[in-house]
Ligand binder design. Structure first.
Ligand SMILES: *[C@@H]1O[C@H](CO)[C@@H](O)[C@H](O)[C@H]1NC(C)=O
Ligand SMILES: *[C@@H]1O[C@H](CO)[C@@H](O)[C@H](O)[C@H]1NC(C)=O
Ligand SMILES: *[C@@H]1O[C@H](CO)[C@@H](O)[C@H](O)[C@H]1NC(C)=O
Length: 298
């Protein structure tokens, strides 16, 4: 939690040092609109809640947002609207625009600015937006088949980590059909992705997009898979424990019953011997005369 807090604070400090400061109505120039070379975040002379209007060179409140929770707004602020399907909100956020057809210009890594293909279902994947991609600022479909010529876009994102040191991530994207194909950077041809345990150099080459020390590995977020034999052993262990408990309880119960039985038998024999000695006593008394046992009992 503390790390997350520091990370967020660090990021805000890092970004706010670079973001424009002009509020609504302030002067600006669209010629200074650019992407931060390290983080690739869109920056202009205007603050995060405004965009630079090209018509009169002033900052205007944003007309749309891309994210549910956009950067630079506090929970009390009124948020600009999200764009309806078929339109998109550009980086500067001036207003919703219609999606661009294949071959048209798009902003860096904004796949949602590209219109989907009629057959988008054939190559839709979590690595593209309804089968469309924005690579090198051009809209294209992720539809290149095996052996076809492909385009790849490599970007390095750098930002201050929670301890203040720069953390960089390299992202390579291509327009091959994913995840079964990837774009070989040397030949620029779509090739089959590598399975688990096969040799690799880049994450992109692996079907699961995770290359660890030269071997395709399962990504860390992969859920744990329980094998059939593990299920069988678990079931046997549980059954064994249940049977053992049943046997133990039966034995304890038997032992208790045996003890009880012994106690009753002892009591019975005691009563018998008591009775016998009483009879003997009476007989002895009758024999010695004076006491008529038979007569008294009548
Ligand atoms: C500048 O242009 C915006 C539209 O882009 C308009 O809403 C605003 O009123 C204009 N401001 C001035 C001072 O002309
Ligand atoms: C991919 O889409 C482009 C643009 O519509 C098309 O020209 C190309 O033939 C398609 N390629 C494949 C392999 O379907
Ligand atoms: C992080 O990278 C930026 C841009 O490359 C550089 O200006 C800055 O000095 C770096 N910071 C650290 C702590 O290395």
């Amino acid at each position: 939690m503390l790390y997350i807090l520091i990370l967020i604070t660090g990021k805000i400090l890092f970004h706010s040092a670079l973001a424009g400061t002009a509020g609504p109505g302030g002067p600006c120039s669209t010629t200074r609109d650019h992407l931060d070379p390290n983080t690739h975040k869109f920056l202009s002379d205007c603050s995060d809640q405004t965009y630079c209007s090209a018509q009169n060179g002033t900052c205007q409140p944003r007309g749309c947002r891309r994210d549910e929770f956009p950067f630079g707004y506090s929970p009390e602020d009124i948020l600009p609207p999200l764009c309806p399907t078929g339109t998109f909100c550009p980086d500067q956020g001036d207003g919703c625009r219609l999606q661009v057809a294949v071959g048209g210009a798009c902003q860096m890594d904004r796949d949602e600015q590209c219109a989907p293909a009629a057959n988008w279902r054939e190559f839709v994947n979590e690595e593209n937006f309804y089968g469309s991609l924005c690579l090198k600022q051009v809209c294209m479909y992720a539809n290149v088949t095996q052996g076809g010529r492909c385009i790849f876009d490599q970007n390095i994102y750098t930002d201050a980590g929670y301890d203040g040191r720069n953390v960089s991530v390299t992202i390579i994207r291509d327009n091959c059909r994913a995840p079964q194909l990837y774009c070989n950077q040397l030949t620029q041809v779509c090739e089959r992705t590598k399975r688990l345990e096969e040799y690799c150099q880049l994450d992109q080459e692996c079907e699961l997009r995770n290359c660890v020390s030269g071997i395709c590995a399962e990504p860390p977020e992969t859920p744990l898979r329980v094998e059939a034999w593990q299920y069988v052993i678990t079931v046997f262990c549980v059954m064994g424990a249940m049977v053992a408990i049943c046997i133990l309880l039966t034995l304890i119960h038997k032992r208790h019953r045996m003890q009880h039985y012994r106690e009753i038998r002892e009591y019975y024999f005691e009563q018998l011997s008591l009775r016998r000695s009483m009879i003997a006593l009476h007989t002895a008394a009758a024999d010695s005369g004076g006491f008529d046992f038979e007569g008294k009992s009548m």
